[in-house]
Design a protein around this ligand. Structure first.
Ligand code: CDP
Ligand code: CDP
Length: 215
């Protein structure tokens, strides 16, 4: 029997992080926001003056990532999201982050991981998988408000352009592209409040847990 891993994937600002946090609290599981790892590598690579299109160089930077950087507010900025998606195309970067994510997922009591490739590559055997989405316009509005709340005021159109560019890059890359796993539950949160989305996610995971317990 595998441990109870909940894989939460989906595009930028779909609400997957909020849902992952709520699921972690509801099921008593630790949560890993894997996007932060890529954001960390992107920020480190930029600070090092690395050519972001150089897979070997950025891959080497990825091996130096340490947990203390993950709390840095610089990782939550708009710029860091763009840097993250640029470095995330390199297989060398993805390989450098693999063991940490798999070890987190292998915790004896189970875990929740959110990202782009959790249900497809990191934890293909996860007993519970969600693919959270919403229209680009709604996601851009959410991200725009979130950035404003962090003191980063940007035009809505620019945030929408970011979201579209990131969707295309994350979904179009060869290495672990963002895609719904065949056995993932689709959760379209376009018309949902956070509460409604979290409730729907909890119900899906409760059903998956019941199946897992009897398997
Ligand atoms: O919060 P948001 O969805 O905007 O981004 P994030 O989850 O922090 O991820 C930032 C970027 O990291 C994404 O656009 C992906 O390019 C990359 N990423 C990835 O490739 N694989 C993951 N498991 C998580 C993030
Ligand atoms: O992790 P991801 O980038 O997918 O999204 P998030 O950080 O969970 O959510 C992005 C923003 O949208 C946050 O400020 C959430 O509070 C907000 N949100 C929302 O307004 N309605 C939802 N149904 C989900 C998230």
């Amino acid at each position: 029997m595998t441990t109870f891993v909940i894989a939460v994937d989906g595009p930028a600002a779909s609400g997957k992080g909020t849902i992952a946090t709520r699921l972690g609290a509801a099921f008593g599981l630790p949560v890993l926001d894997t996007g932060l790892l890529y954001r960390g590598v992107g920020v480190l690579a930029e600070r090092a003056g690395a050519d972001l299109d150089d897979p070997e160089r950025v891959g080497a930077v990825a091996t130096t990532l340490t947990a203390d950087l993950l709390d840095d507010a610089a990782l939550r900025t708009r710029a860091a999201g763009e840097l993250a998606s640029r470095v995330a195309v390199h297989p060398q970067v993805r390989a450098a982050l693999l063991d940490f994510q798999r070890s987190f997922a292998a915790r004896p009591g189970g875990a929740v991981l959110d990202g782009r490739d959790i249900g497809t590559v990191i934890c293909p055997d996860a007993p519970a998988k969600l693919y959270v989405t919403a229209t680009p316009e709604v996601r851009a509005e959410r991200r725009w408000k979130q950035l404003a709340g962090q003191g980063e005021s940007v035009a809505y159109e620019d945030v929408l352009a970011d979201i579209r560019r990131r969707d295309a890059r994350d979904g179009g890359r060869e290495a672990a592209p963002m895609t719904q796993a065949p056995d993932a539950n689709l959760l379209d949160t376009t018309e949902m409040t956070i509460e409604q989305a979290a409730d729907a996610a909890r119900r899906i995971v409760e059903a998956a847990r019941a199946r897992w317990e009897t398997s």
